[in-house]
Design a protein around this ligand. Structure first.
Ligand code: IVH
Length: 698
């Protein structure tokens, strides 16, 4: 798509635009260059997962484009990056006919099925040997796209296979799909493409966390999150879901007058390569071509082992006859092509019995019902406890104690109950009754208008006090290792810890008398607690557990102030003027900072040495390592991992949680393990030592 020369040229143009401080561009050619640069960076980010500029720099260029287009609307083109505008939609989706019906695939579950498929295909085509192309079976929502004269003109859902919903506006929110692509270079006028819309595991988790934070039931799995998103009528909500797409099939095309069939369009791997060369995310890196079904099977089984390491969900592999002529010869049944077969991975579902429901009290007092089920192994993990989120979920699913339930656990996703198998009911099942009083402190529960969760409003409720502390020390908050949930509960029960400031006043003498607390673990604990005082302000804000204030909002708030107490002075309106903060969140923040007990606690924390100044207020988003990604693994010779991470972050770098194509540097210490192996395989990751890292900081 972009060779080295082009990449260098676009990078040079980008740097020039970044220096351009003018309000708008004065000529159309220049604007075209800016659009090219932005498209290039979208491709680097969304298709290659390997950005070359910082997010803030992209925004700066995008705004320059927006301002110029506002001043010169006649310069707006259909494929301008601004044309992914997220409009709200009223009325119903229009039904549109697919050019070629969207068939489903036949399924296979084991080696024998695949051998059978191969045998039949060879018999039918009268060949001894068939070349197959094997690629992942993406687990999302299928889409059909039409490009006409190089422009994306339509995106549609599968619908009934013959006709689906026109969801073009939503599809335009998927930034791995180009708004224009030079199909004409291959003599193609109109092309219909098939693909899968996905939400990656990481974004799914973040999205669900934000829903749960609002007291709502999270989405079941990334597949539902992606497939459901396509039919949302508010395109800005679609945008928020950060969808991605893989394309894997050209179902139809017409040639420009006088043009011949391009050589690439004689085989499946050729078609995938063509799509990749045009800037689409097709599975060229994941696909393999084989001449024998045995090697096909090996690859499928090998890929299944990698399933959990992928950033997105797949539920199998797809085996396709590679040669298009042979595909045509094999044809299709009324349901599926005879030239393709899905190989389905082992199901991540199981059935179990719902034994009883426990009601847990969260840090904000919300009551979460948790289903206790007979332990059942699913995908290598034994599941015995499953959150039911709130009363509405229990009602919607019509769950009863004693029910046989279908349980699903996808990849990194927490397990959930799909449904009760009501046909198996014996009549002895009991309804689940939601308590009216807090199971811990017995105070009456309340439910606010429009909210799903019942809440214990006794701020002193021991369960809430403990959960607030557990949240305060958690990994994404102040990350006090050694003071996890179990120790907090133990110290609380023993009267050694009663509130958050108490963490900084622990009686180590008394703790050293407890079993399991030797000098070494006490030292570690002291050190972790001391380090927590110096964490960046956004972590402290998140750690306070203010209702509706998640990590993202905490970051927005931290950026706004030089000291935590400045938040006390902000009005509801001022808070609402900040990014992503609506009336509900703003109200909750004001409520927190007008509560005398909270202010007393914060004052005490400050006097105990907890840093409340914002060191990063001015450096955020710039810094010499802006846009660079790091991951630290193994034991570093001199630095603690958290220190090294903080040093990188201070300079604008981003810390990733796993090895992926997005990772620039893996800093390795002793006993580096699987992350190192994985990085070596990727060969796009630079593997460096602590010394190299320190060198980069000077
Ligand atoms: S090919 C005519 N390739 O699986 C064949 N499908 O049950 C067109 N899917 O509806 C489909 N990954 O949504 C193909 N690499 C892949 C796929 C894939 C996922 C989905 C697709 C289809 C379903 C088939």
């Amino acid at each position: 798509m972009y060779n080295k020369d082009k990449t260098v040229a676009l990078q040079t143009i980008t740097q020039e635009f970044l220096k351009d401080k003018s309000d708008q561009l004065a000529d159309e050619n220049h604007l075209d260059q800016l659009k090219q640069a932005l498209r290039f960076h979208e491709y680097r980010y969304y298709v290659l997962s390997d950005p070359l500029i910082a997010d803030g720099e992209y925004d700066q260029l995008y705004k320059l484009l927006e301002r110029t287009e506002q001043a010169r609307p006649e310069w707006v083109t259909k494929d301008s990056p601004t044309q992914r505008v997220a409009k709200e939609f009223t009325g119903n989706f229009v039904t549109v006919q697919h050019l070629v019906p969207m068939l489903s695939l036949d399924n296979s579950y084991n080696e024998a099925d695949l051998k059978d498929f191969d045998r039949k295909a060879r018999q039918l085509s009268k060949r001894d040997q068939i070349t197959y192309c094997v690629e992942p079976k993406f687990d999302g929502g299928s889409i059909s796209l039409i490009y006409e004269n190089d422009l994306l003109v339509r995106g549609a859902t599968r619908g009934n296979g013959v006709a689906g919903d026109d969801v073009t506006a939503n599809v335009k929110q998927i930034r791995s799909l180009p708004l224009s692509a030079r199909f004409s270079d291959y003599g193609l006028q109109q092309v219909e493409i098939r693909g899968e819309v996905l939400m990656n595991k990481n974004n799914f988790k973040k999205y669900n966390d934000s829903i749960v934070e609002k007291g709502l039931a999270p989405l079941a799995n990334p597949r539902n999150a992606a497939a459901g998103a396509l039919r949302i009528k508010d395109a800005s909500e679609v945008k928020r879901r950060n969808l991605e797409a893989f394309v894997y099939h050209i179902s139809d095309f017409t040639l420009l007058p006088g043009k011949a069939l391009p050589a690439a369009l004689t085989s499946h791997d050729g078609a995938l390569q063509l799509l990749w060369d045009l800037g689409f995310r097709s599975p060229v890196k994941e696909m393999r071509v084989f001449n024998h079904i045995d090697t096909v099977i090996d690859y499928c089984l090998k890929f299944e082992e990698e399933r959990d390491n992928l950033p997105y969900e797949i539920d199998g592999m797809v085996i396709k006859v590679n040669d298009f002529e042979l595909q045509d010869q094999l044809g299709m049944t009324s349901h599926h092509p005879r030239w393709a077969m899905a190989f389905k991975f082992k199901a991540r579902q199981g059935t179990s019995k719902l034994l009883h429901v426990e009601f847990q009290v969260g840090r904000t007092g919300s009551i979460t019902p948790v289903a206790k089920i007979e332990p059942v192994p699913i995908g290598g993990v034994t599941v015995s406890s499953i959150s039911l989120f709130n009363e509405d979920v229990i009602k919607e699913k019509d769950l009863m104690i004693g029910d046989t339930v279908l349980v699903e656990r996808a990849g990194d996703v927490i397990p959930y109950i799909v449904k009760p198998l009501s046909e198996l009911r014996s009549g002895a099942e009991q309804p689940i009754s939601f308590p009216q009083n807090c199971p811990i402190c017995d105070s009456t529960l309340f439910k606010e208008e429009g909210e799903a969760a019942w809440r214990c409003v006794n701020i002193e409720c021991p369960a809430q006090v403990v959960e607030r502390m557990v949240h305060y020390v958690s990994k994404d908050a102040l990350d006090i290792r050694g003071l996890g949930e179990a120790n907090i509960k133990k110290f609380f029960e023993l009267g050694l810890l009663k509130d958050i400031p108490g963490i900084y006043k622990l009686d180590y003498e008394a703790i050293s008398q407890l079993e399991g607390f030797g000098a070494k673990s006490i030292d570690n604990l002291k050190q972790a607690i001391a380090l927590s005082k110096k964490q960046p302000l956004h972590r402290l804000i998140f750690a306070l557990g203010i209702r509706f204030v998640g990590e993202t909002t905490a970051k927005v708030l931290a950026q706004r102030v030089g000291h935590l107490f400045e938040l006390k002075g902000l009005t509801q309106e001022e808070l609402q003027s900040l990014e992503d903060i609506g009336p509900k969140v703003a109200g909750s923040i004001v409520h927190f900072f007008t509560n005398d007990d909270n202010i007393k606690m914060l004052t005490e924390l400050e006097s105990l040495g907890v840093e409340m100044k914002n060191e990063n207020k001015t450096t955020h988003g710039s810094g010499e390592l802006a846009g660079v990604t790091f991951l630290f693994t193994g034991t570093l010779p001199t630095l603690k991992r958290s220190e090294a991470e903080a040093m990188a972050e201070e300079r604008g770098a981003k810390i990733l949680s796993g090895v992926s194509a997005k990772l620039n540097y893996l800093v390795v210490g002793e006993d580096a393990g699987s992350k190192l192996d994985k990085a070596k395989k990727l060969n796009t990751v630079k593997i460096i030592t602590e010394a190299d890292f320190l060198q980069m900081l000077h």
